[in-house]
Ligand binder design. Structure first.
Ligand code: GDP
Length: 355
């Protein structure tokens, strides 16, 4: 984090960040994300000012002057698309994102790839971060790849990713892919900040074997059986038929979309164009029926409350009065000398007296 060390001396101004991001300057964008990810209160405050400025209604959707040939200006009629990509470890998420991302950049689109990996705080145990990933896409100047922020909790990691989405969109990336580790709660976090949920599956293995919970399968708008190549083509088609049957039994989705099941080979690039066509059809569907706008509104409300809750919790537990009380009351509860409810009541009372 050399950048943080430099910033400790002089923090760039809001204006510098906003102009740099709007101009699509990747270095400035990276620096702004570092601010979002920083735990320092002054960095956090500056990050919020930058985001607020970028989202200001009269300032948003700027006309970019750096649009590449063939690339479209994102407009209110054609907003950015946020896609969650998940699946069990080893299913081929990074290979798939590389293939899809390359397909999109070839069409003149700009793609940002972010990740939610709560294991990245324990850097050695990180599921997504410990391999050389997406080499081709990393070297592509139409793509921006950022590894998962590290954090003490999934909630913290997810909040930072949510803010980073806003930054990359302001920098002109039209498609934002959020990759998750595919082992549990991180999918739900990714679902709460995206428009489309894409689940990758392995040929010839049931949900249980892939460690995928039914609820996750039901969240998917598109299911793609990957590794449909060589000897696995037959198995992949069988898996496709199996999931197609399963999706018919799912309750109807609030977005009015019937989940589509496809096969692909991320390694060979087959089926990728079809998946993108399906993604575009999905986008047109939810723009048309109003779910796109409604869902983004709901998500904004959710993140507002989520961030408030996290802030209140942090402020509460770091307050000296509360900390002091916890020091004495917690052992009393553990020793059975005080009921947990009476102890909680006492702490809450002293907290409310603070006002
Ligand atoms: P992740 O853990 O889900 O990100 O999976 P990776 O993208 O790292 O892929 C895991 C392994 O599966 C790697 O060895 C890939 O080369 C391989 N793989 C990924 N996609 C395909 C595919 O479409 N076909 C085949 N045969 N192998 C693949």
């Amino acid at each position: 984090m050399n950048y943080l060390r430099t910033m400790r001396r002089v923090l760039p101004t809001v204006e510098t960040f906003v102009q740099g991001i709007r101009a699509g300057n990747r270095v400035v964008l990276g620096q702004a994300i570092t601010l979002v990810e920083s735990a320092r209160p002054d960095h956090q405050a500056l990050a919020q000012e930058v985001i607020a400025e970028l989202l200001h209604p009269t300032n948003s959707n700027p006309v970019r002057t750096d649009v590449h040939p063939g690339e479209q200006q994102p407009t209110t009629n054609n907003p950015t698309l946020r896609i969650a990509v998940t699946g069990a470890p080893g299913v081929g998420k990074s290979t798939f994102i590389e293939a899809l991302g390359t397909h999109l950049t070839q069409q003149g689109q700009r793609v940002a790839v972010l990740a939610i990996d709560p294991t990245s705080s324990v850097s050695k145990g990180s599921i997504l971060g410990d391999k050389t990933r997406m080499e081709q896409l990393s070297g592509n100047d139409m793509a921006f790849i950022r590894p998962s922020p590290s954090g003490e909790s999934l909630g913290g990691v997810a909040r930072k990713t949510r803010e980073t989405i806003l930054l990359v969109e302001a920098a002109g990336y039209d498609t934002v892919i959020i990759e998750t580790v595919g082992v549990g709660q991180s999918e739900i976090a990714a679902h709460s900040m995206t428009d489309l949920f894409l689940l990758l599956l392995l040929p010839g293995a049931g949900d249980e074997l892939q460690g995928i919970k039914r609820g996750i399968v039901e969240m998917a708008d598109i299911l793609a059986v990957n590794k449909a190549d060589g000897e696995r083509v037959k198995l992949a088609n069988q898996a496709r038929a199996h999931y197609l049957n399963a999706t018919h039994l799912f309750p109807p989705k609030p977005n009015g979309w019937t989940p589509k099941v496809l096969t692909c080979s991320a390694e060979q690039g087959t089926g990728i164009a079809e998946i993108w066509q399906t993604i575009e059809a999905f986008k047109a569907h939810i723009l048309d029926n109003g779910f796109f706008q409604e869902n983004r509104k709901q998500q904004a409300g959710y993140w507002f409350k989520e961030t408030l809750q996290a802030g209140i919790q942090k402020a509460f537990f770091s307050h000296p009065k509360v900390r002091k009380q916890l020091e004495t009351l917690e052992p009393a509860v553990l020793a059975g000398q005080m009921s947990p409810f009476a102890a909680a009541e006492a702490v809450l009372k002293s907290w409310s007296e603070k006002f």
